[in-house]
Write a protein that binds this ligand. Structure first.
Ligand code: PHE
Length: 455
């Protein structure tokens, strides 16, 4: 008999848990700088369309794989396609990808930690707004501080994984998510009231199609997958906790919409500040660490107490959002080492710390002493991100939709989608969603995948 597994209690619980994984540095840190590097509003537009047309069906497909197999991401493929060695091989990807992402994610977590410390020690009150960019440049290109911060941040997250305090983290993120939403709205309002901010809003929503290149597509889709935690086995795992009477389409759409809204709000908080501060939108991964402090330095001149409270709260929530995501990224590899090699949990976490720690040190140094080490204009950090987000995530997402479209029986997929016919309103939508999963998504992902290399 199958062991009874834990599950989410309600629709809101499902959406909260999935949104908790989805909303993270991907929205606050990665989305704005991707927009800045890839042509502004054109990127935003493609990102929105891609999320609805491709990512949402893929999200649904991953939840279906999870709920149908009722097991972890590695075993799901093996269980649903027994005796097929190819799918056994594929199932290693959801272990490798999160480990790569964890390595550089932790570096950005370290930056947030440093900025939280700066906020607490009132650094922003002592810095002229125009110096915010220099403050970041000096920090990130130095050798030791960013490396130490990365290792401390990784160690903090690893300790939580080692303790396995799942319930605590979940309850915490449920509380922190609304706080993050409120804060980002307040910062967006302040940011939009700065002189010259209108340009930033225009940059986000007024598409200039001359900026479009086929690569914009590849990066927008990569961002959408990254932001929704797709192609990583995370949604498959969460899907396995979704109750049998839960509406898969409604939960998936709820998660995708919250994630999308959060990204747009982060854009509205950051882009106007970028323009008001005269920062180059294509400044790269440091964008939010230059623009957000500008806001706090400026606010500090008029209302120091408010600026201090807001900056401490802001970086604290960024740290927590990043930590909850990093924990889930480390957990995947840890669980694998424990189950596959029979390692003790603490040892497995330590092994993950060593792997991600070392790789992360290289990523961190690539902004300073190792910045000369580049391939096709990308430093080590960029290469890690590119390989994971633009190559491996796309491959895994492609394989997931092909699996649901071609390996699973159509009737089984329909059964999951409509809960055995109980969700009548989903029935007429089934053929359209199935078509998107089976034909549109794989072809689009394949085309976009090759765009990465050819154009
Ligand atoms: N989706 C998360 C973000 O936007 C990143 C993440 C990916 C987290 C995979 C967990 C697992 O930051």
């Amino acid at each position: 008999m199958e062991k009874k597994r834990e599950g989410f209690g309600s629709r809101t619980a499902v959406i909260f848990a999935m949104a908790g994984s989805a909303i993270g540095l991907g929205n606050i840190w990665r989305f704005p700088y991707m927009v800045g590097e890839h042509g502004g509003a054109v990127f935003v537009l493609i990102y929105i369309v891609a999320t609805i047309l491709f990512s949402l069906p893929i999200f649904v497909a991953e939840v279906i794989i999870g709920r149908r197999s009722h097991t972890n991401a590695r075993d799901a493929f093996v269980k649903l396609a027994p005796g097929k060695p190819f799918w056994r091989l594929v199932s290693i990807l959801p272990i490798v990808i999160p480990t790569i992402i964890a390595s550089y994610y932790s570096v950005i977590g370290g930056w947030s930690l440093e900025y939280f410390i700066k906020a607490c020690s009132l650094d922003f009150l002592r810095t002229a707004p125009d110096m915010a960019t220099d403050l970041f440049g000096g920090f990130v290109s130095s050798t030791w501080v960013p490396v130490i911060m990365h290792l401390v941040f990784l160690a903090m997250s690893a300790v939580v994984v080692a303790l396995g305090v799942k319930a605590g983290i979940e309850k915490f993120s449920k509380f922190i998510l609304p706080v993050l939403f409120i804060l980002i709205v307040l910062i967006a309002l302040y940011s939009m009231s700065l002189p010259g901010a209108g340009e930033g809003v225009r940059y986000l929503f007024w598409a200039d199609f001359s900026e479009f290149t086929p690569r914009t597509f590849a990066y927008a889709l990569g961002q959408s997958f990254y932001s929704l935690s797709l192609g990583m086995g995370i949604i498959i795992t969460y899907g396995s906790y979704v109750r049998k009477d839960e509406n898969i389409l409604a939960s998936s759409a709820g998660t995708a919409v919250s994630d999308l809204m959060f990204a747009l709000l982060a854009g509205l908080a950051i882009m106007p500040a970028v323009f008001a501060a005269g920062i180059e939108p294509g400044a790269g991964p440091g964008l939010i660490f230059q623009s957000i402090p500008y806001i706090f330095c400026k606010m500090g001149q008029e209302a120091p107490t408010l600026s201090t409270i807001a900056s401490v709260l802001f970086f604290f929530t960024v740290i927590v959002a990043a930590m909850t995501s990093l924990i889930s990224l480390i957990e995947v590899g840890t669980a694998f080492l424990v189950e596959k090699f029979g390692m003790k949990r603490v040892r497995a976490v330590f092994a993950m710390f060593l792997i991600c720690g070392t790789a992360g040190v290289l990523c961190s140094l690539s902004f300073g002493p190792l910045s000369g080490l580049t391939v096709a204009g990308m430093n080590i950090f960029d290469i890690f991100d590119w390989v994971a987000s633009n190559i491996l995530l796309l491959i895994m997402a492609f394989l997931s939709v092909v699996f649901v479209g071609f390996v699973m029986k159509k009737e089984d997929v329909r059964d999951e989608f409509t809960n055995g016919g109980a969700k009548r309103r989903n029935a007429p939508l089934f053929n359209a969603v199935y078509f998107l999963i089976k034909w549109v998504a794989p072809i689009a992902v394949l085309l976009i995948f090759f765009t990465n290399f050819i154009l």
